[in-house]
Design a protein around this ligand. Structure first.
Ligand code: ADP
Ligand code: MG
Length: 254
């Protein structure tokens, strides 16, 4: 049996507020295999971002354990490249100096990190923009720069929290295709949060659906659509059936 890259085992997490306790996750178990592209979807407040915060070691679960490659690490910090929801580029740094940040923190030599970043710029469609500041970039380019920064952590597993959430529909589709291309070219494990069901199906090998608060895994759905994916697949009956199944699961009648 193959050992999963990430395994959540019976994870529960409750937050204590000023006047109330909020059960965010209840007995959540799932796994992600090496090289897989898994999307997590669910309504707002269903605990999606909490899953990433746990995975990145920023918060601790109340119950359960998280395994990486079959083992419980002493610390989860730094084991995954995390792009949080509303991740922002630093406006006072150029694109190049923004994407160099993770390597700066890891104390990679200036020369080596610059070489790596310059090599990757074309894959992120940012060549010739390395000396510009974030304010000079379009929304789509800014998200690609933020993704590139996460990519350059060098982590084999990436946690991407609604990276395309604030983009217009066309730019969003463009970036979906672009992300799949980079993923296929370089093969990393991706966990991707989205509340957009079409996006969840289009990108994924597998979709994990969370129930409303407290989040539980309500459904896991394998997407057997061929790769590479094309936007015209969205019009195919098989795609529509998967989307409908997920909408039914979330209690949204179509
Ligand atoms: P999602 O990403 O699916 O929208 P979150 O994981 O951000 O949901 O939040 C799940 C629930 O937990 C929400 O009700 C939220 O208010 C609560 N929550 C998340 N983080 C905290 C925190 N640090 N303190 C208190 N409550 C929190
Ligand atoms: Mg969230």
């Amino acid at each position: 049996m193959t050992i999963p890259r990430i395994e959540f085992r019976h994870i529960s997490k409750t937050f204590t507020g000023v006047t109330q306790t909020i059960p965010a996750l209840k007995d959540v178990s799932f796994s992600v295999m090496t090289g897989e592209f898994v999307t997590i979807t669910g309504t707002s407040g269903s605990g999606k971002s909490t899953i990433f915060n746990l995975c990145a070691g920023l918060i601790e679960p109340d119950e359960g354990e998280i395994l990486i490659d079959g083992e419980k690490p002493a610390s989860l910090a730094g084991m995954t490249g995390y792009m949080p929801q509303r991740d922002l580029l630093l406006p006072w740094r150029s694109v190049l100096r923004n994407v160099l940040l993770p390597m700066e923190i890891q104390d990679v030599s200036r020369e080596e990190s610059r070489k790596k970043a310059l090599e990757m710029l074309p894959y992120f469609g940012l060549e010739t923009f390395e000396n510009e500041y974030p304010s000079a970039l379009s929304g789509g380019m800014r998200q690609r720069a933020a993704l590139m920064r996460t990519w350059l952590t060098g982590c084999s597993t990436l946690l991407l929290d609604e990276p395309f959430g604030a983009l217009d529909a066309l730019t969003r589709k463009e970036l979906q295709n672009w992300l799949l291309n980079v993923w296929q070219e370089f093969g990393r494990t991706v966990l991707f949060i989205t509340h957009d069901i079409e996006e969840a199906v289009y990108l994924a090998d597998r979709v994990i659906v969370l129930s409303a608060r407290p989040g539980k895994v309500k459904r896991e759905l394998t997407v057997n659509l061929p790769r590479p994916r094309h936007q015209k697949m969205i019009a195919e009956p098989e795609f529509g059936n998967l989307v409908r199944e997920l909408l039914d699961e979330l209690g949204v009648s179509s």
